[in-house]
Structure formats: structure tokens, C-alpha cells
Design a protein around this ligand. Structure first.
Ligand code: AMP
Ligand code: MG
Length: 265
């Protein structure tokens, strides 16, 4: 390759074009070597998990939710992404029957597209959670394979899952203790504001596919963003965790005792 050809290639790659022919050739060679290594070691170089599980709960709501409104999870969707194959492998979806507010508000039906019939014929949350954990186990996630849960914002775990576990009087699940908030990773990586799902898609010239506020469609679109970020070389690590207080632990223990009493009676 002539010096001019090397310089033109370096320019194309936005690399420094100063130095002797020998140095320029070395710089180009190093770039290709690094690129090859990056592709081969995608997981280690970019600090990625081999699998991601995107979760986007839908919950009971009113048009204006009071700060202490007891949101109950009514849709539990998840999308499994394989980082190395760079594709969606599988999904999980189940509706849940709310108990505190068993009748969905018109606003909630309109927002989520979830019908009264769908929630009335659904299982209660603890059974759905057990089915989701069986789905994780079927894919050997958390055993043979490392994975991280991904959400858009902190609310899915910090508000919906936490609140639902209290309402259902069950322990807070392990998978929700640490997770990836994609909104944070996105704004740090692309150096932009913290955008909502629609605006994150627009920022990378994509449009929402499906129905917004359908939990499964929301999760599928988050997966599209995640896959684009993997391609662009982002590191996608845990950036949120829930701190359970000793009072939470005590409540969980009390609930466990009550469940045991119920079993005895
Ligand atoms: P999302 O993932 O944005 O679809 O929202 C999750 C849940 O947050 C919904 O199922 C509702 O319970 C609640 N929510 C979202 N947007 C609104 C809104 N504009 N007004 C009231 N509740 C909402
Ligand atoms: Mg949603």
C-alpha cells in the first residue's frame, strides 16, 4: 500500500495521519488488529453480559396517580437477548389478576390496551412470578449463563416489583436486586439527555414498533435499543440496585410466618 493510500484510509477511519510511512502503516495495522480482537472478544472488551432479559411491567393506574397509589402489576413481559448472536432469542408474557383494585380504570385500559377480561382470567402475581423464574431456569439464566435484567428507568423494580411483592406478601426476588437502567446507559454513551423510550429510538433514527404501553412491545423496543448499543460498542453493566431495609426484611419474615400459619390451619 502506498503512503497516499495509507493516509487516505487513516483519514477515512478518523485516525491521525501524521508520521513516517512506517508509523502510518503500523497505525493502520494496529487498528485492524484491535478491531479483529474487539469482534472476537466482544463480551470482554465491551463489558457486556452474554444475555440480557428486558422487563417492562404494566400496572393498574388512574389518570392521576396519588403518590401512595398501590400499583399492581397486570402484565409481566420479558425479552431475552443473546449478546454474541446479537438477536432476540425468546420472550415471556403473562397477565396478572390485581386484587386491591380488581377493576381496571378506563384510563388504564386505554393506556395499556389490557382488557378487564384478560386480567380476570389471569393468574395471581405470585404464580406468574414463579412461571417467569421457571422460564429463566429453562434458559439456564443465573445458573450456567450470566445475565442482567434491563429496564427503562428505575420504576419497574423500585416501584412496581417492590410494591407488588409487598401487596402479595412474598420475598423480593433475587433477579430484581441489581439491574441495568438503559436510560442511564444510553445518555452516558451517546452523550445526550435522559430520554424516554420514544425519544431514545428517535435519537438513533428508529421508530417505535408495535403499541406503546403494551409491556411486551415496550420490552421489544428496549431490546432494539440495547442491540444497537451493543453494535456501537457500549458497555452495558449494572447501574441500579435496590436497598432492602431491615424493616422490609421483617415484613417479609412476618408475611412468611403468616403463610406458615395458613399452611398449618
Ligand atoms: P410504561 O412502561 O410507560 O408503559 O408504564 C408502566 C406503567 O406506568 C403503566 O402500566 C401505568 O401503570 C403507569 N403509567 C405510565 N404512563 C402513565 C400515565 N401517563 N398516567 C398514569 N400512569 C401511567
Ligand atoms: Mg411499558
Amino acid at each position: 500500500m502506498s503512503k497516499a493510500a495509507v493516509i487516505s484510509k487513516l483519514r477515512e477511519l478518523k485516525l491521525n495521519t501524521e508520521g513516517s510511512t512506517e508509523i502510518l502503516r503500523k497505525r493502520l495495522k494496529n487498528h485492524y488488529r484491535k478491531q479483529k480482537l474487539t469482534n472476537a472478544n466482544l463480551l470482554t472488551v465491551s463489558k457486556l453480559f452474554p444475555y440480557y432479559v428486558i422487563v417492562d411491567f404494566e400496572a393498574t393506574c388512574e389518570e392521576v396517580n396519588a403518590p401512595n397509589y398501590p400499583h399492581e402489576i397486570i402484565e409481566f413481559p420479558a425479552v431475552l437477548v443473546d449478546t454474541e448472536k446479537q438477536k432476540v432469542l425468546d420472550h415471556f408474557q403473562a397477565y396478572c389478576r390485581p386484587v386491591l383494585n380488581p377493576t381496571l380504570s378506563d384510563f388504564c385500559v386505554e393506556l395499556t390496551g389490557i382488557t378487564q377480561d384478560q386480567v380476570e382470567s389471569a393468574s395471581l402475581f405470585p404464580e406468574v412470578l414463579a412461571n417467569f423464574e421457571a422460564w429463566l431456569a429453562k434458559h439456564k439464566l443465573g445458573t450456567k449463563h450470566k445475565y442482567a435484567v434491563v429496564t427503562d428507568g428505575p420504576w419497574d423494580m423500585g416501584r412496581f416489583l417492590y410494591g407488588q411483592c409487598k401487596i402479595s406478601e412474598i420475598s423480593y426476588p433475587q433477579f430484581g436486586k441489581k439491574w441495568v437502567n438503559i436510560r442511564k446507559v444510553f445518555s452516558n454513551f451517546y452523550r445526550c439527555k435522559r430520554f424516554c423510550l420514544k425519544l431514545m429510538l428517535e435519537h438513533i433514527e428508529m421508530i417505535f414498533e408495535g403499541r406503546p404501553h403494551c409491556g411486551l412491545d415496550d420490552a421489544r423496543n428496549i431490546a432494539r435499543i440495547l442491540l444497537r448499543m451493543v453494535k456501537d460498542g457500549a458497555s452495558i453493566q449494572y447501574n441500579e440496585r435496590i436497598h432492602l431495609t431491615s424493616r422490609d426484611a421483617k415484613n417479609i419474615q412476618n408475611a412468611a410466618n403468616r403463610i406458615c400459619h395458613n399452611c398449618d390451619s
